[in-house]
Write a protein that binds this ligand. Structure first.
Ligand SMILES: O=P(O)(O)OC[C@H]1O[C@H](O[C@H]2O[C@H](CO)[C@@H](O)[C@H](O)[C@H]2O)[C@H](O)[C@@H](O)[C@@H]1O
Length: 264
């Protein structure tokens, strides 16, 4: 890369001008064998707390996990949180906005329980507004899970959300992009430039929406077709980048997504 290209690709965001939206699993926390194995981390949580304070509340965690679980892992250091892919949202004033549960979730819970009796390697994660079926312990089950999931989602009217070695049956109506949009029209986020950092397919909705507010998406992990503009290699790189940003008052990135991978 020539010096000129590098300068063109450089992103610099002064902390005074931005809002930060952070995904949790695969972005702030490395993957573990089961959802329950992810727990609090003193250094990470101190960093997030300090960043949220420096940004005067313009930091939100946007996750597929329920809010109670996000609070468990982050020890409640972030007031503004969207959980369950946006179906639950706690705004910066600590008001809760929760979608009504879809009637199909009860049926999905029952049928998934029966399915898992046939495939005990699968792990069920019960959430207030959805149910997730994890196949990390036996990835070869993906095609079987996929067929079961398509059929169950069609019959129940639930939204299917694919993630990293997981497939989730969700109350329809929300996604991470809509959650970001809801934050961005409220104080203290309104009028700022949003930066969304995430690794998963569900984070693409966030990347798209921050663009519509003049913001920037940062993909974590390997290169893929994406609505993000920049990339960080892994969770450690995210922590390092955020810590440096806090220290220097400026989030800076050089690794722009190659044009052929950028979705418009
Ligand atoms: O939106 P996120 O914060 O990225 O949450 C997405 C899902 O993350 C969790 O599952 C993933 O992480 C687990 C723990 O490392 C891992 O075992 C699993 O294979 C991953 O899919 C969480 O359990 C889900 O509820 C979230 O939707």
């Amino acid at each position: 890369m020539t010096v000129a290209t590098k300068i063109n690709a450089l992103m610099r965001c002064a902390l005074d001008d931005i809002s930060l939206f952070l995904d949790l699993d695969g972005t702030l926390a490395p993957f573990t064998d089961t959802p329950e194995a992810v727990g609090p981390d003193i250094a990470r949580n101190a960093l997030i707390r300090n960043l949220a304070m420096r940004l005067e509340g313009r930091l939100a965690v946007v996750s597929g996990r329920p809010i109670a679980d996000i609070d468990r892992i982050l020890e409640g250091v972030v007031p503004a949180v969207a959980g369950s892919h946006g179906l639950q949202r706690r705004d910066a004033r600590l008001d809760m906005i929760v979608a009504p549960i879809h009637s199909g979730v009860a049926q999905a819970r029952q049928e998934i329980a029966a399915f898992v009796r046939k495939y005990p390697e699968l792990h069920v994660e019960e959430k207030p507004l959805s149910v997730a079926l994890h196949y990390r312990a036996e990835p070869t089950l993906e095609p079987v899970v996929d067929i079961f999931a398509e059929d169950l989602a069609r019959r129940t009217g639930l939204k299917l959300q694919r993630g990293v070695m997981v497939i989730e049956f969700l109350t329809p109506g929300m996604d991470k992009g809509r959650a970001v949009r809801a934050f961005m029209v409220e104080p203290p986020f309104a009028g700022t430039r949003p930066v969304f950092v995430g690794d998963d397919l569900t984070d693409e909705d966030g990347f798209r929406v921050v663009r519509s507010f003049g913001g920037i998406g940062v993909l974590v992990g390997g290169l893929r077709e994406t609505f993000a503009d920049y990339r960080l290699g892994n969770v450690d790189a995210v922590h390092h980048w955020l810590a440096r940003g806090l220290q220097t008052e400026c989030l800076e990135l050089e690794t722009a997504i190659e044009p052929s991978y950028r979705r418009i």
